[in-house]
Design a binder for this molecule. Structure first.
Ligand code: F6P
Length: 365
């Protein structure tokens, strides 16, 4: 028996812990394991598929990133191929991917990825590739699992960063607007915003009114300390508005290669807030700091559990599934079902209610 493992999409703290658990659990069963570098790209590259042994995964549980490398541009169903004139054409190379697995005599793939990568895994599984998925994303936006590894590490990093803004904001009597990752889900912004006692939290699930947001800031300056912390999820939207992109969602380079990049909401809001309230305002984007560095203990454990469970599913012939945390167990969910729905913040959920009860504004009232 020989299995392969790969990591696709944006990295998340805990990827190496999954790889280690996969390699050690499979080795214990007497199987061979290989790692495909950079998603599926390694299949088409010299030295792109490497043998993974106990030695290769020694001492990596605590490391951020992924020893296999990753990419969010390596979709085999929509593969960018440069034409002679320099333009790029997207081609479906999924049959070649499957042929390559067969040629290399790989019996099953453990695909570690987020929404996009698991959709690819699901499509390959439907085409006959034996796959087990492992959910990963700092965004925590996969509905089938209670939580993805990497999320709580990102929240811890963001909470610490926002905490540090309080003193400088207060010293200068400024409004600070911090932009956090999360795409169309506001999980990181909500968790970190509440934990770091932000005054205003803007998430995509609760569109804001600029007037309400500025009124809350003015109220704080009039009745409380004269500074304010605004946390904005990158996908936050104004009522009746649309998300802010770093480049045109239709014509930009990223859009062409399969995913427009959100970003710019903090800078936009800072300008608007300063203009409307007259309070000096600064913005910052926490960006990839949220994805980097060591996973916290919770994420290491979840990642190890997912890796071990994925090997058990392969052993039991339960292919076409994704491992998922449904406390207290890690269970298998059909891949097709797992990628069908994104998990968004419930706007009447207990953390939103808690935030409102302790005086946080979502800019909607
Ligand atoms: O999905 C994870 C994520 O970190 C999002 O929160 C963010 O929008 C995106 O990836 C950024 O991706 P990139 O690595 O292309 O900048």
């Amino acid at each position: 028996m020989k299995i392969a493992v790969n990591t696709g999409g944006g990295d998340a703290p805990g990827l190496n812990a999954v790889i280690r658990a996969v390699v050690l659990s499979a080795t214990k069963l007497g199987w061979g394991v290989c790692g495909i570098r950079r998603g599926y790209q390694g299949l088409f590259e010299e030295d792109g598929v490497v043998a993974l042994t106990r030695d290769s995964v020694r001492g990596i549980t605590h490391l951020g990133g992924t020893i296999l490398g990753t990419t969010n541009r390596g979709n085999p169903l929509s593969w960018p191929v440069e034409r002679e004139d320099g333009t790029v054409e997207l081609q479906d190379r999924s049959d070649e991917v499957i042929a390559e697995f067969r040629r290399r005599k790989i019996d099953a793939l453990i695909a570690i990825g987020g929404d996009g990568s698991l959709k690819i895994a699901s499509a390959l599984s439907e085409k006959g590739l034996p796959v087990v998925g492992v959910p990963k994303t700092i965004d925590n936006d996969l509905a089938a699992t209670q939580v993805t590894f990497g999320f709580h590490t990102a929240v811890a990093t963001a909470t610490e960063a926002i905490g540090r803004l309080h003193s400088t904001a207060e010293a200068h009597s400024r409004v600070m607007v911090v932009e956090l990752m999360g795409r169309t889900a506001g999980w990181i912004a909500l968790y970190a915003g509440v934990a770091a006692t932000a005054d205003i939290i803007l998430i995509p699930e609760i569109p804001y009114h600029l007037d309400a947001l500025c009124a809350k800031i003015n109220e704080r300056y009039e009745t409380g300390p004269s500074f304010a912390i605004v946390v904005a999820g990158e996908g936050a939207i104004e009522v009746g508005g649309s998300p802010t992109f770093q480049e045109s969602p239709h014509t930009g380079e990223s859009a062409r290669l399969g995913g427009a990049r959100l970003g710019g909401i903090a800078e936009k809001l800072a300008r608007q807030i300063e203009e409307r309230t007259g309070h000096e305002t600064r913005s910052l984007v926490l960006g990839h700091l949220q994805r980097g560095g060591e996973p916290i203990a919770y994420d290491r454990l979840l990642a190890l559990r997912f890796g071990s469970a994925a090997v058990e599913l392969v052993r039991d012939g339960r292919l076409g599934c994704m491992v998922a945390l449904r406390p207290p167990e890690v269970l298998a969910v059909p891949l097709k079902e797992a990628v069908a729905k994104l998990k968004l913040v419930p706007t009447d959920g207990d953390l939103v209610r808690t935030a409102r009860n302790i005086g946080v504004s979502f800019g909607d009232e």
